[in-house]
Design a protein around this ligand. Sequence first.
Ligand SMILES: NC(=O)C[C@H](N)C(=O)O
Length: 331
Amino acid sequence: MGNESSGNRKIVVINTGGTIAMELDEGTDAVSVGNEQPLHRLEPLLSQYAQSEMIDLFQVPSPHMTPAMMEELADVVRTQLASEHVSGVVITHGTDTLEETAYYLDLTVASDKPIVVTGAMRSSNEVGADGPVNLIESIRVAADPRSEGRGTLVVFNDEIHAARFVTKTHTSNVSTFQSPSYGPIGFVTARGVSYHQPVSRSKTYHFTSPRTVHIPLVKMVAGEEAAWLEWLLDLKIDGVIVEAFGAGNVPPSVVPVIQRLCDRQLPVVIVSRCYNGYVQDVYGYEGGGKQLRDLGCIFSNGLNGQKARIRLLVLCAAGVKVDEMQDHFQF
Ligand SMILES: NC(=O)C[C@H](N)C(=O)O
């Protein structure tokens, strides 16, 4: 049980689905939702670590998550954390889009109380199921006062990651969640919870709903043709994320499309296909970062494409103007 002093702090567990809430059906050899919610079977075990309560909000595989559902979840989190009886929340979630939901919460829930997101790579009845240990460790992290004021955390496989940095890196390994460039910010051990990085949390934004904001993500490949992107000009979109090469460069062929999007005063945010490092206006050749900067593109700092999209979606929903966007991608 460890030596943490979790006292009488109540942690609310909000279930949203994913493999942690699924089971392997031996007949069909497929992982899917069973007749029972397996997380409920863990409730007596959780009470050994903290007083807790479970809310079943969704039962979806995380590829079915949408920004509207993230906002519904954020609302429940805000309501729970507003109660003086609740000292933190744990969200169980599918791993495929877990980093997007975690980052959405990081940007939209202002409370200093701990918010922890977790899941599992092996379903509830598989040998070596990782859901129970991930959930217990998440409860321990959420109940620990040292987790306060750190923004949304992702707890997986004994590690604590900041929502801003973490990403899913492996299709099946239980150590799938990693923070490239930065590493985990803390660990969960048999004896307690420890942090080795200082608190650095995201600024939060307020708005009523992200429902009407549309932000596609497009990835650059060698030989990309303008025609593959021209559909962007025909759709009602609020901005676009371009996953560019290296330090932030695109093939010359797509520059005219990017130029037309910029001319329409739409935010065009440049991120990198590389999962380490920053994008910068370094190169002066056709399609290089300097040209993209001159066209009015916004350069994102250290966010992968899917998280830059969540950030742009939140900024658009919060009414941030295009000419102010660069400052909000500088953090
Ligand atoms: N391990 C998982 O949870 C993956 C699953 N496909 C999901 O994201 O719902």
